[in-house]
Design a binder for this molecule. Structure first.
Ligand SMILES: C[S@@+](CC[C@H](N)C(=O)[O-])C[C@H]1O[C@@H](n2cnc3c(N)ncnc32)[C@H](O)[C@@H]1O
Length: 278
């Protein structure tokens, strides 16, 4: 323990600047000065796990390309808060307005592709899949791509396990169709998403800052509460790339505190933070 700072590990301005530049370069995440304490507490766990004596040693380790700490580093600095049917109005809009229109006017292709970008532990893609599957017309080919940078949350998403408070976020009729009870597991994860809702979802690790393997087009892209961690130029580049991957008339859905900025002129606002490609 450092007598002067009262902290377990020495954490200098230089260390913070190094970490800030590294996470920006790797993940596009822009950390402001007031995130310094957060960075300290999240990475202190890594220093303990690795038996390191200070942040300078940790930064040195990150610099060593042979070491596979980068994944843990990124996983530690992402913020993964999510919940089922978060911003419910987006799911209502999809079910009551957007999808019925699409089912009527798709020119016989019967193909629905949705992307949940920054899906965290899966509450968002499972909410989308339940919404779609509960009204999907016969013969439609529906696939949902769910991606995140963070490998820990993706693993949880794949498992699709639920505790009681998660279960309470899901409307009862959906629970009946898409949730099953697990036997022989701890009560904290007594339920899980069933095979019906899991089958159209493809979970993949993807860093939004890198090149994307998929070609699209997607009819809907959810990117909610993700760009809030990026700076404006990074947001604009990302919106441009989403625009290019959306089908004509496709929908881009952002989080409640996010906006399109200059890219707004290429979309029309159809619902709170939901934008249609024009
Ligand atoms: C706050 S969660 C949002 C989850 C969900 N979309 C929602 O609104 O409930 C933000 C997610 O974005 C992911 N993320 C952050 N930077 C990313 C990047 N560069 N590429 C891909 N995912 C990223 C994080 O790992 C985290 O799981």
């Amino acid at each position: 323990m450092n007598a002067k700072t009262g902290k377990e590990f020495h954490f200098s301005d230089k260390d913070f600047e190094y970490i800030r530049a590294k996470v920006y370069a790797l993940a596009g995440i822009a950390l402001s000065d007031y995130k310094r304490e957060m960075v300290y507490s999240r990475l202190a766990r890594r220093l303990r796990a690795l038996g390191l004596k200070d942040f300078a040693s940790y930064c040195q380790l990150l610099e060593n390309e042979q070491h596979d700490e980068l994944g843990n580093f990124i996983n530690s600095l992402t913020t993964n808060l999510t919940r089922f049917f978060r911003e419910k109005h987006h799911f209502d809009y999809l079910k009551e307005r957007f999808l019925p229109e699409l089912y009527k006017n798709d020119g016989g292709r019967r193909r629905l592709r949705i992307w949940s970008a920054g899906c965290s532990t899966g509450a968002e893609p499972y909410s989308i899949a339940m919404t779609v599957l509960s009204g999907l017309p016969r013969g439609w080919d529906f696939k949902l791509l769910a991606t995140d940078l963070d490998t820990n949350v993706l693993e949880q998403a794949r498992q699709g396990e639920l505790n009681e408070s998660m279960l309470n976020e899901i409307p009862k009729p959906y629970c009946q169709s898409f949730v099953e009870r697990q036997s022989n597991v701890a009560a904290s994860n007594a339920w899980r998403m069933n095979a019906t809702v899991k089958s159209p979802i493809f979970f993949k690790q993807l860093n939004l800052m890198n090149t994307w393997p998929m070609k699209g087009p997607f009819q809907v892209i959810f990117c909610r509460n993700v760009v809030i961690y990026f700076d404006k130029p990074t947001q604009q580049r990302l919106f441009e790339r989403y625009y290019n991957l959306l089908a004509p008339g496709g929908l881009l859905i952002l989080g409640h505190s996010e906006s399109l900025g200059a890219m707004a002129k290429r979309f029309s606002a159809v619902e709170r933070t939901a934008y249609q490609k024009v």
